[in-house]
Write a new protein. Sequence first.
Length: 339
Amino acid sequence: MAAAEELALAFQRRFLPARPLPSFPWPELEQKLRSSPDSSLLADILHKTILHPLCVQYPASVKYRRCFLTELIKKHESTAAEPLDELYDTLAEILNKEESTHCYRNYLLPTGESITLSEDVAIISRGTTGLVTWDAALHLAEWAIENSTVFTNRTVLELGSGIGFTGIAISKACNPKAYIFSDYHPSVLKQLTENICLNGFVLEPETTSHIKMQSQGQKVEGMNYQKPKLTVAELNWGSVTEKQLVDLQPDVVIAADVVYDPEITLALTGLLQKLSTLGADGKPPEVYIAFTVRNPNTYHHFKAELDKIGIGWQIIPTHRNSIFLCDLQSNITILQLLI
């Protein structure tokens, strides 16, 4: 793969607005710059990253773009490559922009389609951690894409959807019959709904009637996202009723990074216990939970609570393909729950 495409792919797979730059192929790029004295390679990289039409329309954070361009210029200046005024002009323009609490992240699917998410820069914002994308969501989406038959032509319920990455990826890549996004925090529900529409999907009318829409969505040529049937549900785990779950009738239930607090764990296991007695055609749904093991005690507490209510579990083997750039130090596990 050419250096420009390689770096652009790494850049476009994921914009990291509040974290260090991921492992771009900087050494390889520096070698190519040393062997290529003209500026065409730099121009190619610039127009496939910062100045890519998608990145211009939905830009990463000011901080991230500034760090990326600064590193690119450092590599350029360490060689004898011909200067590129456009590179410096682009950095100067970004240096004049004010930092914002809001940004976009763009991801590429294996099909070449993109996912664009509007999210907050801060990990904790408006009283919730649900306005950013967490690594377990990326990990679960990678596994889902590699195991798409689990979701094909089935109704999927996602618990704690956050701003929508996993659900949007599955809806684009795994052909579910219906996908139910769910969360509880009002700000999260609003951002989630806007992100779904931003990616070219049409929600069921009852979903958006109480949420004021601000984004118009991408113009997706040659694609029709009328199917699967997509809905957004306000779901409080602690007070969810059996009737609510009966109405949803999921074939598959998934969640990412929802096991991080003992109090929340109790509410989650209570919901799972109710699900075990319900299901389409009298069968309980398949359940998959992905989470980052930050505190082993929390992980063991979750499994102990499952044991108490008679829900078995097994660890899903690690998937083969890494599609989205994420923290390689993260200890992420996917459990299949046998309800």
